[in-house]
Design a protein around this ligand. Structure first.
Ligand code: DGJ
Length: 733
């Protein structure tokens, strides 16, 4: 590992575990991208740039007599607009004279051990300086006093490079940042497929991939949240890349608001990838002396397919993004009352469910929406974070204590960023929501969004949430967020800063989350946005797990969880067994299959446990006991995808301990088929040299046999919606 600078040839060579990343400073300080991929020992410019006279690709002024030198044809590291590169720039700045032309040149750089935090923003971190090394390259536009610092961190033990950018206005005039993306990579070909995760509410993170074509292909959010619709993740895959083979270049944005991820294939079939805060409706005023920090992009290179890419993200996020006490703690099995009662509950009903849960071995009871204000439906009370004594006459403290007396922990739901028009908070502060004066305020789920760009709003909400957390023995919080932004504007910002509102909101939100999560380190926080609408690395920095989807139906969940696993660790995925017929898609699946899908994440139950039949109770009890045995392996082991639900009727995945002494294999079949193929499942991630016993049988197989010959799927699993599980333990033989 390390970052080297060859001062003679002005070449930066960044080395992560098995990855090299190379840049070069040329001519009058232009910074070019030269290589990213498999690690090489030394870069001697074998892929030297052949300058050609290309029609309609102009020449920067200082090289105007040299028709072969054009920024339009060179791979740029952080491209700008207006001086011969006609592709989309990484940044754009408007000056007082109205011009958006800038001209950055290399000025200096520094290399240091470790990694600095990004002020006010979530980011990956290191615990010891030896884990990473950082390069900061300072680029300057001397005409306007603009300084841009490009930051790169390489991780010692992973194929990861993180990037971010800091803008400093060291001139005397006011600048307007119109575009401030966090990174750019100019690949010198276009022989890739573009992979991304698209979706909708109750259908998050579905995998889609297609060959790159000339022009721009992008995914983005303009919703004020990273969104269900597009996850802030894209990857370029060499054609034919599979789970286990092929090169992958992946990009994930550590941010929870509007983003843009974009690939542009140019006239010469080069590909430019950029990612950052969405420039759409963004305009940030940078006064003299001010600076602006972009969020971070985590770039992963894999020479061994998508599986290796995922395990790299999982390891990085599990150990260098998620923080706090719960980072390394096994997560409790919970029961949540949402799908059991919705808003219609009282203390007695809650205690009945909790009691049933405690008998089954469940460890945490979560009281969902409806415990505060006068919230009998979704039309009122958001913002009034005071217990509703009509439903809970003895208060929350009493309820929590009674749950605790049953031997369970107590958790609670909040939606701190929201306000109902029918609330005391709104009646007192109608200007506290995002809005534009004189314009009507669009509602979504009957609610408005609090203006978290305002400090007074953030302080009051922090206080209200903290008051509850201080006075009630709560050890888990579900932090929900159930609408996207419209009429984005803030009563506290002047006209020329209105288009800063969406990003200022995120900064305010991150500050509130930092304050609350660090003030209550014993509380496990789970983020949620109508399920997985903000399943992004930004949220994971504050809250170590996420409610994966409001869709709790087992078959739908196969795709949602498989897609989510591409980037996000299993231990971050909340996954619950719910009632049948399922409330979202009305499908009926067996308790076994629902359990097996939910056990492939952080197991929970979300149904009225008092209504289980004796047989169901028996199964749930077994599931809970079994999960306790395997949860360390599931939550902190390595994850291997074996069969994709996006490619057929069957899905399979496998969890193994780091030392490969134990593995759990899950197989799911959606529909029974006449003349079904007799499937043999080839395992991955286990040790060829070990012998494994299939627990519950006397069968022992070598790891090599299980991987290369495979395991037969028993033919006697009949009917639709079936699952099958093998638990393997290495034995000495
Ligand atoms: C949306 C969440 O995703 C659900 O799980 C539930 O908490 C509801 N909100 C409550 O309003």
């Amino acid at each position: 590992m390390g970052i080297q600078f060859d001062s003679k040839n002005k070449i930066f060579h960044l080395k992560a575990k098995n990855t090299s990343y190379v840049m070069e400073v040329v001519r009058d300080g232009y910074l070019l991208h030269r290589y990213w991929g498999r690690k090489i020992n030394t870069f001697h410019n074998s892929n030297f740039l052949q300058l050609l006279d290309r029609g309609f690709s102009g020449n920067p002024y200082l090289h105007k007599d040299e028709r072969t030198f054009s920024l339009d044809t060179l791979p740029q590291e952080y491209p700008q607009y207006g001086n011969t590169d006609f592709r989309k720039p990484a940044y754009q700045i408007q000056q007082e004279n109205g011009s958006t032309i800038t001209d950055l040149r290399y000025q200096s750089h520094s290399i240091f051990k470790g990694k600095e935090p990004l002020e006010g923003l979530p980011a990956t971190y290191v615990e010891s300086e030896d884990e990473a090394e950082t390069l900061e390259i300072t680029m300057v536009d001397s005409l306007i006093g603009l300084k841009v610092i490009l930051s790169y961190t390489v991780f010692e033990r992973l194929n990861v490079i993180t990037r971010s950018v800091r803008f400093l206005n060291e001139g005397s005039e006011e600048l307007k940042l119109l575009r401030a993306l966090s990174m750019c990579v100019d690949f010198r070909d276009a022989e890739y497929e573009f992979l991304h995760l698209h979706g909708a509410h109750v259908k998050e993170r579905h995998i889609e991939r297609q060959p790159l074509r000339h022009g721009i292909q992008s995914v983005e959010s303009t919703r004020g949240a990273s969104s269900h619709q597009h996850n802030p993740f894209i990857a370029l895959l060499r054609k034919g890349t599979t789970e286990d083979f092929g090169e992958v270049y992946a990009f994930n944005f550590v941010y929870s608001g509007n983003f843009l991820a974009h690939a542009e294939v140019d006239q010469f079939s080069n590909t430019r990838v950029t990612m950052g805060i969405n420039p759409f409706d963004f305009n940030w005023k940078l006064e003299a002396g001010e600076s602006f920090q972009t969020p971070e992009v985590v770039m992963v290179y894999s020479a061994e397919g998508l599986g290796d890419m995922s395990r790299t993200y999982h390891e990085l996020y599990r150990t260098c993004l998620v923080r706090g006490h719960f980072r390394d703690q096994e997560r409790p099995i919970l029961v949540n009352n949402w799908e059991a009662t919705y808003f219609d509950f009282n203390a007695e009903k809650i205690l009945e469910i909790a009691r049933a849960g405690s008998k089954l071995g469940i460890e945490l009871f979560v009281l969902d929406d409806g415990w505060f204000g006068k919230r009998d439906n979704d039309k009122s009370s958001l913002g009034d974070w005071f217990v509703d004594h009509r439903k809970l006459p003895e208060g929350l403290d009493d309820l929590a204590s009674k749950v605790k007396d049953m031997g369970m922990e107590f958790g609670i739901w909040f939606e701190p960023e929201m306000i109902s028009v029918d609330s005391n908070l709104y009646r007192e502060h109608p200007d506290w929501c995002l809005h534009v004066p004189e314009r009507l305020r669009s509602e979504s789920r009957n609610q408005l969004i609090l203006d978290f760009s305002r400090e007074d709003v953030c302080d009051e909400i922090t206080k209200r949430v903290s008051d509850i957390l201080e006075s009630v023995p709560i050890t888990y919080v579900k932090w929900d967020m159930n609408r996207h932004m419209t009429e984005i504007g803030s009563a506290s910002l002047p006209a020329d800063r209105q288009r800063e509102t969406a990003h200022r909101y995120m900064l305010g939100l991150y500050k509130v989350m930092e304050k609350i999560t660090t003030s209550f380190p014993h509380i496990l926080f789970e983020s949620c946005s109508g399920g997985g609408g903000r399943f992004d690395p930004g949220m994971l920095y504050y809250m170590p797990q996420v409610w994966t989807s409001d869709n709790t139906e087992a078959v739908s969940r196969l795709k949602i969880q498989y897609g989510t696993s591409l980037v996000y660790p299993i231990v971050t995925m909340g996954s619950h067994v719910s009632a049948v017929p399922n409330h979202q898609v009305h499908r009926t699946t067996s308790m076994e299959m629902r359990g097996d899908v939910a056990m492939s994440g952080n197991l929970g139950y979300e149904l009225d446990l008092t209504k289980l039949s004796d047989e169901e109770e028996k199964i749930v009890k077994q599931q809970v006991a079994h999960y306790k045995e395997i949860r360390k392996l599931i939550q902190f082991g390595d994850f291997y995808r074996l069969q994709s639900p996006f490619e057929g009727n069957e899905t399979a995945w496998l969890f193994t301990t780091k030392d490969k002494s134990e593995a759990v294999v899950y197989y799911f079949r959606v529909l029974a088929e006449p003349a079904a193929p007799t499937t043999v499942l080839k395992l991955k991630g286990i040790d060829d040299t070990k012998q494994y016993q299939v627990i519950g049988t006397d069968k022992i197989f070598g790891g090599d046999e299980l991987s290369y010959v495979g395991l037969s799927i028993p033919a006697n699993i009949h009917g639709d919606f079936q699952s099958y599980v093998w638990h393997l333990k290495a034995c000495s033989e």
